[in-house]
Design a protein around this ligand. Structure first.
Ligand code: SF4
Length: 482
């Protein structure tokens, strides 16, 4: 290995990890959503609507690549999909094949070069790629590719997939399959050339990916909620280790690996996915209601006046809890939807203020009441502590906190910012210490077994709760061991 190149890369990698750590505060962030349209009229516009439905998976950048059968046109930029694409821009993107992406940009940094789709032009045509997830052997592969002469435009792991596809031999399908076998970690990605789209899901099934028949072709999406806006209610999930080819109007399924298992990210159900999405056959709202109901089942002796949820992702669980417990569900907290994300505020004082800007207690609802407050998770504990304080300031007599997931004790290396281990309060404190820290009158989390009950046997990744990662972590093992 070229020592100088290796040390430069290690330095860049450390900076990327530092950037990752430095932007993490008390929210969990997904890192992307992908959408594709195959043989669909106005593919760019359809992809625009698809990305709009996936906006909750990433708000920092958006992009679409469209093929007219001969050429691939690319438009992308920082911001929400509606900010990046106006009608004139979409009208100029002519073609019936498209892939699009919404991005949350901690892994790989915020440079324009990392915004997807990433497009390359080679001697055998153009390729566009969009990727959701995180490759855990990215450092090793990048060094290998750079030593072979590859020049990277940016620092995202998605570009590694593109370089690997280019360096393989064979048909495009063979090259994509060989690439999928070289990368490890979480990936659902789409690769498009002038006339074909390949959809690929990692062999552990960590990230969701589905496709559906539309009236004139096919659409592919990270989440099924993007199909429903097009009036499509039937879809097919890709299986772990599967590649689906959309070519000459025909859909072909194949497995690039038979060494598969099933570890769908539990956080997709708990927090990320939209309640109207169906993940592995389970409606996300129904899953969250079930978690609330299971929490209530264990709370037979708890007397409370009302049940509230922290908006938006905890509302379904709060409804489930209220129904099971026979306690009225109330709107005790209101979310201001037009406030930016907490993590861009640099100082503690500004972060304190931003929680108040984002969430307001409804004092006429909570005053004088004993409350069960349902939240989806606790990361650093600071937000939970502030919300309990807001409710008590507004006159709540008791706040019993119930968390619709187990205690987060380990970081995620599969494309989700759950913070580093030293920032995870659940890794440092017992549940009783945590209860004291957030000033709750009582606190309870779900168990892993209860989580599994709510998903009716779907194989789950629970690594951020139990530290059992379904892959080798490669260079990220050092980060874990620090
Ligand atoms: S570690 Fe946690 S957040 Fe990451 S994929 Fe697994 S369940 Fe999801």
């Amino acid at each position: 290995m070229d020592d100088e190149k290796s040390s430069i890369f290690s330095y860049m990698h450390d900076i990327m990890l530092w950037q990752r750590r430095s932007v993490m505060f008390d929210e969990i962030h997904e890192e992307c959503g992908v959408f594709g349209a195959y043989r669909v009229d106005n593919a760019a516009s359809i992809t625009y609507y698809g990305l709009h439905s996936l906006q909750h998976r990433g708000q920092e950048a958006s992009g679409i690549a469209v093929s007219d059968g001969e050429n691939i046109t690319l438009q992308k930029g920082k911001g929400l999909t509606v900010d990046v694409f106006q009608k004139e821009k979409l009208d100029s993107m002519v073609g019936r094949l498209a892939v699009g992406h919404v991005r949350y940009s901690t892994a790989g940094g915020q440079e324009n070069e990392n915004i997807q789709p990433i497009v390359s032009k080679g001697h055998n045509g153009s390729l566009a790629i969009v990727h959701n997830g995180q490759i855990v052997n990215e450092k090793e592969l990048r060094i290998e590719l750079e030593n072979e002469g590859a020049i990277f435009q940016g620092t995202s792991d998605s570009e590694i997939i593109l370089h690997l596809i280019q360096k393989q031999k064979g048909t495009l399908k063979e090259r994509v399959m060989k690439t999928a076998n070289r990368i490890e970690g979480a990936f659902s990605f789409l690769v498009m050339n002038e006339d074909t789209i390949y959809a690929v899901r990692d062999r552990h099934g960590l990230r969701p990916l589905s496709y559906a028949k539309s009236k004139d072709g096919y659409v592919i999406s990270s989440e099924t909620c993007a199909f429903e806006v097009m009036g499509i209610y039937e879809s097919v999930d890709l299986k772990p280790g599967e590649i689906v080819e959309f070519h000459k109007g025909i859909v072909k399924h194949e497995f690039y690996s038979t060494d598969t298992d099933h570890h769908m990210c539990a956080m997709e159900y708990i927090y990320f996915a939209r309640p109207d999405s169906v993940v592995e056959g389970i409606n996300v709202h129904a899953f969250r209601k079930a978690t609330g109901s299971i929490l209530a089942r264990e709370d037979k002796d708890l007397k409370a006046d009302i049940v509230i949820g922290v908006p938006d992702s905890s509302l379904s669980a709060a409804i489930g809890y209220a129904e099971e417990a026979g306690i009225p569900f109330e709107t005790g907290l209101v979310k201001n939807r037009y406030v930016g994300r907490t993590f861009i505020q640099p100082t503690q004082a500004m972060r304190d203020r931003s929680v108040r800007l984002k969430l307001s207690p409804v004092s006429s609802v909570v005053k004088g009441k004993s409350i069960v407050m349902i939240d989806d998770s606790i990361v650093r504990g600071t937000t939970s502590r502030r919300i309990v304080q807001l409710l008590k300031d507004a006159g709540a007599t008791q706040v019993h906190v119930r968390i619709a997931s187990p205690v987060i004790t380990s970081p995620c290396f599969y494309g989700v910012d759950t913070s580093t281990k030293d920032q995870l309060i659940g890794a440092r404190m017992s549940v009783e210490e945590l209860r004291e820290y957030i000033c709750a009158d009582s606190l309870r989390f779900m168990t892993e077994e209860e989580m599994k009950e709510a998903t009716h046997g779907v194989g789950l990744c629970l690594a951020c709760f139990n530290g059992e990662y379904c892959t080798k972590l490669f260079s990220y093992q050092e980060e874990l061991d620090k």
